[in-house]
Design a protein around this ligand. Structure first.
Ligand code: MF3
Ligand code: CO
Ligand code: CO
Length: 255
């Protein structure tokens, strides 16, 4: 699949989809408290996306995924399936929202602290956030994806964390996952050269322990092999003429 450069009309639709996805994260924040189940978070998001936003939750039935959002708790890396699991104080959770509006996708995720969390969990969330931010702030025409991957990897490893290799960011538009693949590790000077009009996610998964992961028998949930904590943040980003625009930024949560 070739990398598509989005037209001005498509970019406007991607702005709308991106903002809706960000709005879902903002809406769900006060619900992420001890005692709630991830199924309840899923239902609230589903109903908000369908009824308030008149949009489509992209994960639902995507390649057989059974729910409308991904909820990845503690040592779960990504693609956690909402369930009747009850969140407790000290948990950390990534909620990953993808909406389709007018045929275009907006994809964003962030970490939430449930009640009071330990300093090491807070530190990991911050390192993962900084990895994403470092990558996004490098985006401009002429930069190569290997430059971005290398910078993210270097920052994580300098902070004694590891980068998951099996999952990556991706082009996005009419399709949930398009080319290019956006690795969160790599070598400077390699990979696709960025051009204005490209839209892709940056979504590093960062582990407190080793980078190796395992797929649970549900065929979706990815966990760390050593059961160390994992954190992830994600934005959908546009390459502009002279830099970048974060399409899933929420005004209350500036990059
Ligand atoms: N939102 C995830 C991503 O960032 C993909 C989830 S696929 C699903 O690419 F099927 F699990 F929803
Ligand atoms: Co994504
Ligand atoms: Co996502």
């Amino acid at each position: 699949m070739a990398i598509t450069l989005k037209t001005a009309e498509e970019i406007e639709k991607m702005r709308v989809a991106g903002r809706l996805a960000a709005d879902v994260l903002k809406m769900i924040e006060p619900h992420v408290v001890p005692g709630v189940t991830t199924n309840e978070l899923d239902r609230i998001c589903h109903d908000y996306i369908v009824n308030e936003q008149q949009a489509i939750p992209a994960p639902l039935n995507y390649r057989g995924f059974p729910k409308s959002i991904c909820t990845s708790v503690n040592h779960q890396v990504c693609h956690g399936i909402p369930s009747d699991k009850v969140l407790k104080s000290g948990d950390v959770i990534n909620i990953d929202i993808t909406v389709i509006k007018d045929g275009y996708h907006g994809d964003t995720s962030r970490m939430f602290a449930v009640g009071k969390i330990k300093p090491h969990a807070q530190r990991l969330n911050q390192v993962a956030y900084d990895c994403m931010k470092i990558g996004i702030e490098m985006i401009k025409p002429g930069v190569r994806l290997g430059d971005i991957g290398a910078a993210i990897q270097q920052y994580a490893e300098k902070n004694h964390c590891s980068i998951v290799r099996e999952y990556c960011g991706h082009g996005i538009g009419k399709n949930f996952h398009e080319d290019p693949q956006v690795l969160h590790y790599g070598k400077p000077g390699t990979g696709v050269e960025l051009k204005p009009g490209m839209i892709f996610t940056i979504e590093p998964m960062v582990n407190l322990g080793k980078r190796q992961v395992r797929l649970l028998p549900d065929d979706w949930t990815v966990v760390t092999r050593d059961r160390s904590l994992s954190a992830q943040w994600e934005h959908t980003n546009l390459v502009t003429e002279d830099g970048f625009e974060v399409l899933t930024e929420h005004p209350d949560w500036p990059l």
